[in-house]
Design a protein around this ligand. Structure first.
Ligand SMILES: C[S@@+](CC[C@H](N)C(=O)[O-])C[C@H]1O[C@@H](n2cnc3c(N)ncnc32)[C@H](O)[C@@H]1O
Length: 280
């Protein structure tokens, strides 16, 4: 793999998905792109990268971008963001959303475990909040992930990661070697392809945004841009959940951490963000 090929790939990935390739890039590129090279009939990853650089093949660029995304996820990942939703966010919003509708956006949903966890959690809380309806929008840049999320089909390993057994029994059925989440859960989520680098205003107002474990792959400028656009979608009493390794601190003043709640952020009313100034 030549330096020229790697530099071209890095620039393409940054422009198309925001991904910044780390220092371990040769290994990562080899392992992620070997299956694409094989599938597309290239003799090696190097040959694939050269073709990527010399031909403007949109289909190949999209396949490579998708293959380079990290899609690690599991049900109730990190537990805390779901506990906080149940104990604090849901009761607070249920009080103020008089029509009972709470709009949630999972902004990088990967293969769907995050939005399905929220839908199952709501079902568990039904007796306590009989009038509340979660309107869940789940988006990702990866067609491959969205296809799997929409199918609702998971392996034995995937349903054993993080999902309480009672919820599994209640919400999944066995289909050959796989487990399929119920049609009711599948129908409760709107899955849609969306690139976080794009203009996000089309998303509309959201009460809660889960943007977890995706900003870590972006540079500071991109993180700032995404977060400030998200602040515009949230009302003053909205909530933002970030991943355990992510923060707004040192990136933007649009949000501030919710005291005592790790990973949970609220809007910082005191500061008018650059994005707000531009839209005003
Ligand atoms: C590590 S997964 C996180 C999944 C889930 N939020 C969680 O925390 O378990 C990161 C996801 O971000 C998606 N992603 C990467 N860049 C993106 C972009 N520019 N726009 C939208 N999604 C993106 C990837 O396709 C991947 O599915």
């Amino acid at each position: 793999m030549t330096n020229e090929d790697i530099e071209h790939l890095s620039a393409m990935l940054k422009a198309r998905s925001g991904l910044i390739l780390g220092s371990d890039k040769t290994y990562l590129i080899e392992s992620r792109l070997a299956p694409v090279a094989r599938k597309e009939g290239f003799s090696s990853v190097s040959a694939l990268l050269t073709a990527l650089r010399t031909k403007r093949d949109e289909k190949l660029m999209a396949m490579v971008t998708d293959a380079m995304t990290t899609n690690e996820t599991f049900f109730f990942r990190d537990k805390v963001p779901f506990d906080q939703f149940k104990s604090d966010v849901l009761p607070a919003l249920a009080k103020t959303r008089l029509n009972g509708e709470i709009k949630i956006w999972c902004a990088a949903c990967s293969t769907g475990q995050e939005p399905y966890s929220l839908a199952m959690l709501m079902e568990e809380s039904r007796a306590q909040f009989p009038r509340v309806n979660l309107d869940i929008l789940a988006t990702d840049i990866s067609d491959r992930c969205l296809e799997k999320a929409q199918s609702g089909l998971y392996t034995q390993f995937e349903v054993q990661r993080g999902l309480p057994i009672t919820m599994m029994v209640k919400n999944f059925e066995k289909v050959d070697e796989m487990w399929r989440i119920s049609p009711k859960m599948r129908q409760s989520i709107r899955f849609k392809k969306l690139n976080l680098l794009d203009d996000l205003r089309g998303i509309g107002r959201m009460d809660v945004i889960y943007c977890r474990n995706v900003l870590i792959y972006f540079d500071l400028e991109t993180k700032k841009k995404v977060l400030e656009q998200m602040a515009q979608l949230l009302p003053d009493d909205g909530y933002l959940f970030l991943g355990a390794a992510e923060t707004v601190l040192g990136i933007t003043d649009a949000f501030k951490p919710m005291p005592g709640m790790r990973g949970l952020y609220i809007k910082n009313q005191a500061v008018k963000t650059e994005a707000a100034r531009r839209l005003a």
